[in-house]
Structure formats: C-alpha cells, structure tokens
Design a protein around this ligand. Structure first.
Ligand code: ADP
Length: 457
C-alpha cells in the first residue's frame, strides 16, 4: 500500500511539474511570436474580430487590419498610425514585399463565415531601436523561461524529498514496533529464555516473521529436548555396555583365577569351568560385533549397497536357510511368498540381516509347537514383509521401546544372553532403506508377535 501511495504521489508531482512547465513554454512561445494566438483562426473564421487578442502587437505600437475581397478595410484594431479605407489591387499584392514601407507588414488570408476570402494584415512600425529592444526582450524571455522551469524542478525536488521523508517516517513507525519485538525476542533467546513467544497482530509480513520466529523457538526447544534425550540414551547405552561386558568378564576372571590357583582340581570341573569361560567370551564377541554394527550404521558416512533384486527369491533364500533350524525346534511354519519375481531396490546383505534378526528372535524366544508365519506381498509403492509367531509374545512394558538399543526381556537377560541390539539394528537397516517397521499392537490373524516391514520400491 505504501509503495503504491508513494508512487502515486510521485507521479502526481511529476505530472504537475510537466504540465506547469508546458504552460510556461506555451507562454514563452506566445511572447516570441507576436502573432501567436491559439484562437486567432477560429475568431477570424467566426468574424468575431473584436475578440482578437493583439496585446503583443499593440506592445510593438502596431495594429491590425482586415480587408475583404473588394480590398475594403472592414476592421482595424490597435494603435492605428495610418488609417486606410481601402487598398488597390496592386497595393494588396505589394503588401508583403513592401521593403520601402516604414512598417513591418505581415499578411495572411482566411475564409470568413460567408466563405469569402479576407486578408488579415499586421502592421508594426519599423524601428532599429525597437528591434534591439525586441532582441533584449527575447533574451529576457528565454532567461525567464529557464528560471521558470528551474523553479518547477526545484519545487519538484523539494516536494519529492518531503514525500520520501514522509513515507520513510510512515514506514519507520510501522516497522519500528515489530522490529523492536523481534529484537527483544532474539536477545531473550540468545540469553537462554526458552519460553519466549512473540505476540504480534498487525502488518502481515511482520506477523509472518513473528510466527516463523515462534515456530523456530519451538523447533529449537524440540531440538534441545531431542539432544537431551540423545545424550541420556547415550549415557544409558554406555552404562548398559559396561554392565554387559562386566558380567561375563567377572565370570571369566573368577573362573580362570580358580583354575590357575588350583582351587578346582578335578578334570571334569576344570572342563566345565573352561566351557563357561568359552561361552562367556563368545557372548562378549557377539556383543562387540553387534555394537560395532550398530555404531557403524549410525555413522553419517554409512551407505547401503543397494541393487535391483528379486525380493521373492530373496525371501525364499532366507526361509530355506532357516527351514531346518525351525523344524528342529519343533515349530510349524507357514509362509506365503509369491512365485513370480518381484523387483525392488535394496541392500541384500543388510536386509537379510534385518529379516534374519526377526526370524532368529522368534526361534530363540519361543517354545516347541509355536507356529511361525512369514509373508511377502506387494503394495502400490513398495513391498510388505510380515514375520510373526504365536509364541509367548513381547511383554507389554517392552513394546513401546522395543526398537531402542539394550531393550530386552528377562528371558534374554538371563538365559539366552541376548544383547538387546538385534531389533534396533533391524530398525536402522529399514530406516536406511526409507522404509518402515513396527510391531503390530494387537493380535494379527491369531499371531501374538507380528513385525511389519515396508520397503519402498
Ligand atoms: P536380543 O534378542 O538380543 O535381546 P532384540 O532387540 O532382538 O535383542 O530383542 C529385544 C527383546 O524383544 C528380546 O530380548 C525379547 O525379550 C523380545 N523379543 C523379540 N522378538 C521376540 C519374539 N518373537 N517373541 C518374544 N519376544 C521377543
């Protein structure tokens, strides 16, 4: 609005200056051409000779005559020095070439309203001094014209500057208040005030800035919160790792000390202790391997090795690999994998690790007689993989955080020695494929634990 108003006022100013300048030039033209008279032709044609404006001719001590077609002078006006009633034909012809005459004579013809031809004669006394005066007058007029136009330009500049200052002041008033608010907000946030909220109702642009500022503050707070959580989870992870490493290492230390100091002597006992040591060192290796895998995946430089693969064939290969183990454990297996090839871009090694984690968990945590179901289907933009079982199910208290590292059930903690890293690695892999994985809340087709994976095509 301000810009439009400003432009409009400037335009009006400019137009006024141009129009006034134009008028000045016309006036000037009138002064340099004593015969100039915008209405002369019209006045003559109408025969309203009295209305003729001959002030400039009079200034030069001249007069005008109007002669009809019979060379009869029908009208005179001005300082008539030599009155003439009529002209002879020769006199009329000689009028303009009359170098010897003491007058400067100017003639022009026009048609009157009776459609007859008339002659308009301007006579001014010839006088050298006068012509010098004329020149001086002309010069004066030019100077006056220059001064006049200069004055208009000066007035224009002054008005333009006032216009600029006025609109700057208006803008300042409008801008200052919200800017102050934003400045204070910035200052407060830099001083650590997270509660700051800018309330502003007014100019749309500033209202937008304030609302962007507010959402920025909100995002900053969320990021801060996220950072805090991440820090806490890192601390928790470190504590979990130390704990998980400490337990088997303490066992290894205690058992090996007992053997080396000869506390245990019977070969059977020694063998039993050595077996435990071996098992615990295996647990440590597994934990370190998984940890390495987890950390590697979290690194920003980690890249999947994606290729266009047949996902049906891929799933069949995994099932074939686990088939014997599943059967040995006394599980029933149902699977539904389409026979035709279905192509999709994924990292074969990593996706195999992800799906294998789900299958091996089902084998590890469930008892004989459990039915396991593996399914693959195609959706509009991707593929779905279901891995489910009707076994013991995941405890409710673990469900929400099941994909976080080191989250594991009591079963895993005590007997199987699970690390709690398997599902978090699986989730990382699916995330890297821009896919989704979740644990189905309710029983799905009678299966207690069902993981659903979706991978985009
Ligand atoms: P880990 O198996 O090393 O403990 P995971 O992250 O793979 O770690 O699994 C986390 C926990 O989820 C396990 O400790 C277990 O209690 C539970 N869990 C995972 N899959 C199943 C399943 N199919 N049936 C029952 N419990 C499961």
């Amino acid at each position: 609005m301000n810009y439009i108003l400003f432009s409009f006022v400037t335009f009006v100013l400019m137009m006024s200056v141009i129009i006034l300048g134009f008028i000045q030039v016309i006036n000037y033209l009138k002064t340099i051409d004593p015969e100039y008279n915008g209405d002369k032709a019209e006045v003559l044609e109408k025969g309203e000779f009295e209305k003729l404006d001959i002030r400039l001719i009079e200034d030069l001590n001249g007069w005008i005559e109007i002669v009809d077609e019979n060379n009869q002078v029908i009208f005179t006006k001005g300082n008539v020095i030599e009155k003439k009633e009529r002209y002879t034909e020769e006199e009329v012809k000689a009028l303009t070439f009359n170098a010897r005459s003491q007058y400067s004579i100017d003639t022009s013809t026009f048609k009157g309203k009776d459609n007859k031809e008339y002659v308009y004669i301007v006579k001014t006394p010839k006088d050298d001094e006068d012509s010098d005066e004329d020149d001086e007058k002309l010069e004066e007029n030019i100077v006056d014209l220059g001064k006049g136009i200069g004055r208009y330009i000066l007035v224009f500049i002054i008005l333009f500057v006032i216009n600029v200052l006025f609109f700057s002041f208006l803008m300042m008033r409008k801008i200052k208040k919200p800017l102050e608010k934003i400045k204070t907000g910035m200052k407060e946030i830099s001083e650590g005030n997270e509660e700051i909220y800018l309330e502003y109702k007014g100019e749309k642009e500033f209202a937008d800035i304030c609302s962007s500022f507010n959402s920025m503050v909100k995002k900053l707070n969320e990021a801060e919160e996220e950072k805090k959580k991440l820090e806490e989870s890192k601390q928790k992870m470190l504590a979990d790792i130390s704990h998980d490493l400490k337990t088997p290492i303490t066992t290894i230390q205690g058992y090996s000390e007992a053997i080396s100091q000869g506390v245990i002597t019977s070969p059977q006992e020694v063998n039993k202790y050595l077996n435990v040591i071996y098992q615990k060192s295996n647990n440590i290796t597994e934990l370190i391997d998984l940890l390495f895998q987890y950390v590697k995946m979290n690194h920003p430089d980690f890249k999947l090795n994606k290729e266009n693969n047949d996902i049906s064939e891929f799933m069949r290969e995994i099932i074939a690999e686990y088939y014997e183990e599943i059967e040995d454990k006394g599980f029933l297996i149902e699977f539904e994998i389409p026979e035709e090839s279905m192509y999709c871009i994924f990292d074969k090694t990593q996706l195999k690790r992800a799906v294998s984690n789900l299958i091996s968990n089902a084998i590890k945590y469930n008892d004989q007689g459990t039915t396991m179901r593996i399914e693959l289907s195609e959706s509009e933009h991707g593929h779905r993989i279901y891995v489910g079982d009707n076994g013991i199910g995941i405890p409710d208290e673990l469900k929400e955080a099941i994909f976080n590292p080191f989250v594991r059930g009591d079963e895993a903690r005590s007997s199987t020695g699970g690390t709690g890293l398997g599902l978090s690695i699986t989730k990382q892999i699916i995330d890297k494929h821009n896919g989704t994985i979740y644990l189905v809340d309710d029983k799905c087709k009678g299966f207690k634990t069902v993981f659903k994976i979706w991978i985009p095509k």
